[in-house]
Design a protein around this ligand. Structure first.
Ligand code: SAM
Length: 241
């Protein structure tokens, strides 16, 4: 897999660069998500949460939680607790403010941690979620292995990630939007041109579909399902430990 980093001329690791990039766009992240996806991101999050109903999860881990949108959406499953982890302190801070504002402090805890080294005991969680996070991992297989380790037997994983539509005219429309519209608006509003050129580049090189499923299989996951959403702009992957 080709490693795509946000700041091409910098020597720092992908993890450091990704952390720096999300720290810098954190205050504008939620607005840009809604604006650039025209609200569709909320529908994708609901699909991911609904896919977990069958395991009736009481302990949920949201990896790469960012500003905690998926962690908050996961409360629909009526869990005892949701834990969110992320490497970017600024993204977590925006998430903490939202959680306090909604008086959800007793239900959701956010902590700074890296997917490559999850600070939890084996088999702790009934369900694990990751939305638009795996593409940013410096160590993809290690992150998935760690998620597998902290899931209980029979627990479920739900991963949302961007993918590339294959059919006309969605492929052409998507390419135009991702190459020209998104970097323009994203760069202007977030003041980070890097973040919104990194986004299409990282999607371009991410191992999607069966290629991503192979990483899940390697970790030990079973019953892997791949569901393209919205003409294949996004894919929901689910798997059972
Ligand atoms: N899940 C959130 C959502 O759906 O809005 C945030 C997605 S945002 C595109 C990607 C997040 O992944 C960022 O907050 C980034 O800091 C986090 N991230 C990237 N690499 C990570 C890693 N190795 N471990 C934990 N978080 C990571």
């Amino acid at each position: 897999m080709i490693e795509v980093k946000p700041y091409k001329d910098a020597q720092s690791s992908k993890r450091e660069q990704v952390e720096q990039m999300f720290d810098s766009i954190a205050p504008k992240y939620d607005f840009l998500n809604r604006f650039l996806s025209m609200g569709i991101d909320q529908i994708w999050r609901k699909r991911a949460i609904n896919s977990l109903k069958e395991v009736n999860p009481k302990q949920i881990l949201d990896v790469a939680t960012g500003t905690a949108d998926l962690a908050i959406a996961a409360l629909k499953l009526n869990p005892d607790h949701v834990t969110g982890i992320d490497i970017s302190n600024q993204m977590l801070q925006v998430g903490r403010n939202k959680i306090s504002h909604k008086a959800l402090n007793g239900k959701i805890t956010l902590q700074q941690a890296d997917s490559a080294n999850l600070p939890f005991e084996d088999n702790k969680f009934d369900a694990i979620t990751v939305a638009f996070g795996v593409r940013n991992f410096e160590f993809l297989q290690q992150g998935i292995n760690q998620m597998y380790r902290v899931t209980r037997d029979g627990g479920k994983l739900a991963v949302l990630e961007f993918s590339k539509p294959k059919s006309f005219p969605f492929k052409q429309l998507y390419n135009f939007y991702f190459k020209y519209i998104l970097p323009g608006w994203g760069g202007l509003i977030s003041k980070s041109k890097t973040a919104y050129t990194y986004l299409p580049e990282s999607v371009e090189h991410f191992p999607e579909g069966e290629n991503f499923a192979a990483y899940l299989k390697n970790a030990g996951y079973k019953k892997i399902e791949i569901k393209p959403l919205t003409f294949g702009i996004c894919t929901l992957y689910t798997a059972i430990k």
